[in-house]
Design a protein around this ligand. Structure first.
Ligand SMILES: *Cc1c(COP(=O)(O)O)cnc(C)c1O
Length: 406
């Protein structure tokens, strides 16, 4: 493995000059090896760079992995969300119930689709949409529920889906972080992305477990939705470049519906296929490291470790801890950085950003738990190649910042 840990693997915010060589433990590192590099070279030599056989194979392999009938590759996870919402045919002003407590892409997708975000508070132990507050939020204008499997931890799908079904509302899953996570419904375990709602959307950004640099995937069991998303992804074009290339006779394409370019390249897809094969191992190593964190961090007074509900097996895309109330978030993160441990603040809240001014969203009830989670949580280093020594250093640094404060 050592030969694979060059600068190519560093997270985008860890430059080769800073960080690892000076002993900083980065927040995350993608796991890229020789097989990904060989796959890219193979595509570059092939003479076919986008929407070709690599994309088709990645779609088929991803669908098979999550157990979905259809998978459609996209240029990134945000595009995947936008395609999903567009495919539902939302009218202007349609309301989409989602969470503010997510990467801003979730709320952005709702607005880009011409819909109006309605923010629901989170349930503090998992950081996910609080199903107990969902039903009261539904109005005559609700057209979709966009739930997020935040940081890879499955949200309470059983409850969310039961409420959605009662009201006949489609559920879109923001599974950007959740490739390889599993949920138990009734008695059996299934991978996120089957999908359990109508559509699920994944991101392959380097901060996620499976990366293609930029990339995304939409999965659905609905053939008509899959067909629409393929059109929306490619300018509403009736025939793909590959199908025309392979046709024995001349094909003239048509443009019956509006669309745009949200395509994935074959270069990215080839990387994704190798990464997908690595994913079960990456998830297993992250789960082992997360388990070790639970044990060691539970001994630090005042520090709260994340909860995994009995019906969830998260991929631990990130590991977030709640700081003791008396600790200032920014000052604590700075002290950790000084000790050589990179962290990030907890998941943001879109409704607190100037990009979402009052009037551009509404909420049913307060978003107090969302705000508290943002203000008191920090994400600590976790990556599949992390050593036990690295992890012990993070634990020691957290113990020291928690002990030093009055
Ligand atoms: C990363 C992420 C996205 C966006 O994915 P991109 O590939 O970066 O566009 C959307 N939602 C959540 C919850 C994410 O973490």
């Amino acid at each position: 493995m050592a030969a694979e840990q060059g600068s190519a693997q560093l997270a985008p915010d860890a430059s080769p000059q800073s960080g690892v060589s000076h002993g900083l433990i980065p927040l995350a590192r993608p796991e890229i090896g020789d097989a990904e590099i060989a796959a890219v070279a193979r595509v570059l030599r092939s003479g076919w760079l986008t929407q070709g056989r690599e994309v088709a194979a990645f779609e088929a392999e991803f669908a098979n992995f999550v157990g979905a009938g259809h998978a459609i590759a996209a240029s990134n996870g945000s595009a995947a969300l936008l395609l999903a919402l567009r495919a539902l045919g939302l009218e202007p002003g349609a309301e989409v119930i989602t969470v503010s407590h997510s990467f801003i892409a979730t709320a952005d997708a709702v607005r880009e689709a011409g819909a109006f975000p309605v923010f629901l508070d989170i349930e503090p132990t998992t950081g996910n949409m609080d199903p107990a507050k969902l039903e009261a939020t539904i109005t005559a204008r609700t057209r979709a529920i966009l739930c997020v499997h935040q940081l890879g931890m499955p949200c309470d799908l059983a409850q969310i889906l039961a409420i959605a079904r009662r009201h006949g509302i489609p559920v879109v899953e923001d599974a950007a972080c959740a490739a390889g996570s599993e949920v138990r419904l009734d008695t059996h375990w299934e991978r996120i992305g089957k999908p359990h709602g109508t559509i699920a959307c994944f991101s392959f950004h380097p901060r996620k477990l499976l990366t293609t640099g930029e990339g995304g995937m939409v999965t659905t069991a609905d053939a008509e939705i899959a067909r629409k998303i393929r059109l929306l992804r490619n300018h509403g074009m009736s025939a793909s470049a590959l199908s025309r290339h392979e046709a024995p006779e001349v094909v003239f394409e048509r443009y019956d519906t509006p669309g745009f370019n949200h395509r994935m390249t074959d270069i990215a897809a080839a990387v994704g296929r190798v990464q997908l094969a690595r994913l079960p191992d990456i998830v297993a190593r992250r789960r082992a490291l997360a388990g070790r964190y639970h044990t060691l961090l539970a001994r630090i007074p005042g520090l709260a470790t994340p909860t995994e509900p009995g019906w969830a097996r998260g991929n631990w895309q990130s590991y977030g801890v709640r700081l003791p109330e008396r600790l200032d978030q920014r000052a604590t993160m700075q002290r950790l950085l000084d000790l050589g441990v990179a962290t990030r603040r907890g998941v943001m809240c879109a409704h607190r950003e100037a990009a979402f001014p009052t009037g551009s969203w509404r909420s049913a009830g307060t978003l107090a738990e969302s705000e508290r989670a943002q203000d008191t949580s920090i994400l600590v280093p976790l990556f599949a190649q992390m050593t036990v020594d690295d992890q012990d250093r993070v634990v020691a640094a957290l113990a020291s910042v928690c002990a030093r404060c009055p």
